[in-house]
Design a protein around this ligand. Structure first.
Ligand code: PBG
Length: 331
């Protein structure tokens, strides 16, 4: 052995493309992606979102077309978010219970277009339907009431399930909602409708463009800190996840994504459940902004971040880049 040289050379397996491919520990494929889609009223309408360059709101007919493209690219599931017309928003968010609301019409159109080739995940929370932009019912001081909100969320979930939703995804962060929704789904005969709990959802500054997209940003007074988690907390995320699993969640989500990869990994290590991450609107906008000023190659940035989620133990990722990424992967 010659002195001064390493016996172990980790660069050996990195020396060629074939060897790097052979030793790669995780892969990301189109099947790992969930594509969030924004729905708006009208027919033949594409309505671009200024703070989310490259992302639009689509009318129901066009959202069904986008869903077909997603399925063709190997994406297994889309997530739906409605931009409710202002006149249909109210203090109590009652439009969430309307069986003919935008969300329900979009679910049906996608199910008609794609059948079993594509799952439909629906967000449960009242913010796209309330005149105050909060995720639940508020009292005189603007405080979001827990138990009264859960009752409405149960109704919203049943409404979505009846329209054909495959995965109910409560994003409201009320206590006890997973158990209440699971029980109602069972009682209602929707035994195979899954629940993906937004279990560890943080009160984040990364949601701005999303609120533009659903039209709640200008309406929102105050913030969501009395129900969404404090960004400094990790142990509390494990308690949230533990509770949601005990209440019947089939899978759990961590949100936002990249700034909270440590949470995703800790959840995966602590619980043997499918973990998903939501690479949220502000993260998407950050990548687009970086690429626009030439700070990095957009496609490479996108694929690297998606791979990071898989490395952190995630089963999949909700990302606005889903269709583009799937096509980059050959889907
Ligand atoms: C609503 C909801 C939000 C997001 C998903 N569902 C916003 C919020 O909590 O204010 C954010 C998604 C994103 O930023 O891409 N309950």
């Amino acid at each position: 052995m010659s002195a001064g040289y390493p016996n172990i050379r980790l660069r050996r397996t990195r020396a060629t493309a074939w060897s790097r491919a052979l030793h790669r520990e995780v892969l990301v494929t189109p099947a790992d992606l969930i594509w969030p889609l924004f729905v708006t009223e009208g027919h033949g309408v594409e309505d671009p979102i200024g703070s989310l360059p490259g992302v639009s709101r689509w009318s129901v007919d066009l959202v069904a077309q986008r869903a077909r493209e997603a399925a063709a690219a190997g994406i297994p599931c889309v997530a739906l978010f409605p931009n409710t017309q202002p006149e249909r928003r109210s203090e109590d968010g009652a439009e969430a219970l309307n069986p003919d609301n935008l969300m329900c019409r979009a679910i049906k159109a996608i199910k008609d277009a794609c059948g079993e080739s594509l799952g439909v995940l629906t967000d449960v929370a009242l913010d796209p339907y309330t005149s105050h932009g909060q995720d639940g019912l508020i009292d005189g001081e603007g405080y979001v009431l827990n138990d009264a909100t859960v009752d409405v969320l149960v109704g919203q979930s049943l409404n979505q399930a009846a329209a054909g939703a495959d995965i109910i995804a409560p994003s409201d962060m009320m206590d006890g909602r997973i158990g209440a929704i699971r029980e109602a789904l069972e009682d209602g005969g929707h035994i195979n409708v899954q629940i993906m709990a937004y279990a560890a959802k943080y009160a984040s500054a990364f949601y701005g463009p999303f609120r533009d997209a659903v039209g709640s940003r200008g309406l929102l007074k105050g913030n969501k800190k009395t129900y969404q988690m404090d960004p400094g907390n990790a142990e509390e995320a494990l308690r949230e996840v533990e509770l949601d699993i005990a209440e019947g969640a089939d899978s759990v989500m961590v949100k936002p994504g990249l700034p909270y990869l440590d949470i995703a990994l800790r959840v995966k290590e602590a619980f043997q459940v499918p973990v998903f991450a939501y690479q949220v609107s502000g993260e998407y906008a950050m990548i687009e902004a970086a690429a626009a000023v030439g700070a990095g190659d957009r496609d490479a940035l996108v694929l690297e971040t998606l791979l990071a989620f898989k490395r952190a133990g995630c089963s999949g990722v909700l990302t606005y880049h889903a269709l583009h990424a799937a096509r980059l992967m050959g889907g």
